[in-house]
Design a protein around this ligand. Sequence first.
Ligand SMILES: Cc1cc2nc3c(=O)[nH]c(=O)nc-3n(C[C@H](O)[C@H](O)[C@H](O)COP(=O)(O)OP(=O)(O)OC[C@H]3O[C@@H](n4cnc5c(N)ncnc54)[C@H](O)[C@@H]3O)c2cc1C
Length: 457
Amino acid sequence: MRLAVVGSGPAAFYTVIRALQKVPSLNVTIFEKGFAPFGLVRTGVAPDHPEVKSCQERFTQLIDDNPKQINYLGNVEIGKDISLKQLSDQYNAVLIATGAQGNRQLGIENNTAGKPLRGVVPARNFVNWYNGVHDGALFDPSLLNARKATIIGNGNVALDIVRVLLSPLQRWKDIEFCDLGSSVYDGISKSKIEHIDVVGRRGLFQSAFTNKEFRELLNLVPMLPVDPKSELDVEPITRIDKKKIKLINGISTGLFDNELLKSNKKSFQFKFHRVPVKFHGDERVTAVEYTYNGKRVVEETDLVFTSIGYMGTSAEGYDSVGAQFDVKTGTLLRNPETGIVEGTANIFASGWAATGSSGAIAATMRDAFVEGDLIADYLQKHNDTTAIEDNEKQQESPINDNINTQDAVSTLEQGNKRIITWNDWKKLDHEEIRRGEIVGKSREKFETKEQALEYLK
Ligand SMILES: Cc1cc2nc3c(=O)[nH]c(=O)nc-3n(C[C@H](O)[C@H](O)[C@H](O)COP(=O)(O)OP(=O)(O)OC[C@H]3O[C@@H](n4cnc5c(N)ncnc54)[C@H](O)[C@@H]3O)c2cc1C
């Protein structure tokens, strides 16, 4: 039985782990469009959260331990290099684990005279930059010459951005297993940003950040007080809300009395109940206009990050396999009983591609485990002659002698595609770690696909 997996983030790996437990003879081919695996674990999770990234070791082990059953093909984009229809025809089942590849839109104009306003940046571009993804140069670090920045949106990603920009610099040297790139450290150390406003449309209890992340931030960056009258006007009900209000009112202040925090002259502040309606500025943003308590207010700023969420996009090829995609939520619709994507015969989906772009890795893992079980059920039900055919074809693949990926691979070869195999990735991985050791970090990443391909030449 053969399973094709589109994407190599946590959803892909956790689904495969579970499906393999139940169908130990399963052959899996993982297709990843990037030059490196692991999705947002590598490109989203902040560099000062190395403990979160440790799941990469488990994923690596999975492929290392099962070289005959799992074939990894990087630098291959499904929908471009191979069609989804082809995978659906050639594999017993296909898993879409592509995450959320777009940005939720703010719905207000970001341009003057047809030109985008400089200094209004989707959080994803900045997150990519500080995680060493410099393909396409979507963030210009010279924007960090701003004094004051505003983040529209107040989830954990907003808090990540505040930490990255306003934590004391020394901290980056002290964190063990940190993978902040040298060029990024350079950019952050030149940053002039002294203060960040974190703005939410609604109140404190509707804000999406978690207390764990909030507490961490309070230990690193001084918080200016929130105006209790206009901003915190609701009684907390849940236990989590009660903790949140304690933290925001500084009742636990004693806990945050550390040297690092005392030495930090920078600050951040939460602002609630502000609905952004307009950006001001000619070429570069100078202010954001909000409706606030029934009035219009204009608050000055030099740089805006829009951090209102990643969003799944309808990918090339969904139509050709009949996959039903909900544009409002940016998700593939699954049959809750079978896990099959509505409208398709053998396509499954897990992680953010199916649940939407919220939830930590633990939530993604739980979803992936359920989907992995359902894939296993489906494959066991459809266990016909294909397993025998697979074994007969096994020696044909030029990529991995043990797995038949012949059809997909020949399509790629006809297109002269430079596939990044698992062995290639291991070479890149070792080199990143070697370069990291020289500068005392867990790794120094390749920042573009070109750099990675050049190294593999
Ligand atoms: C900025 C940020 C910070 C985060 N920090 C944390 C944290 O500290 N702790 C935590 O627990 N969670 C964190 N999360 C959440 C966590 O990253 C997600 O729960 C998880 O990554 C979702 O996994 P996924 O596999 O569904 O998607 P992704 O991780 O996005 O993986 C999708 C993969 O599919 C690939 N792909 C997409 N399209 C194609 C295609 N057409 N062909 C081939 N490959 C394709 C992508 O390149 C990518 O590798 C964070 C999320 C973000 C956005």
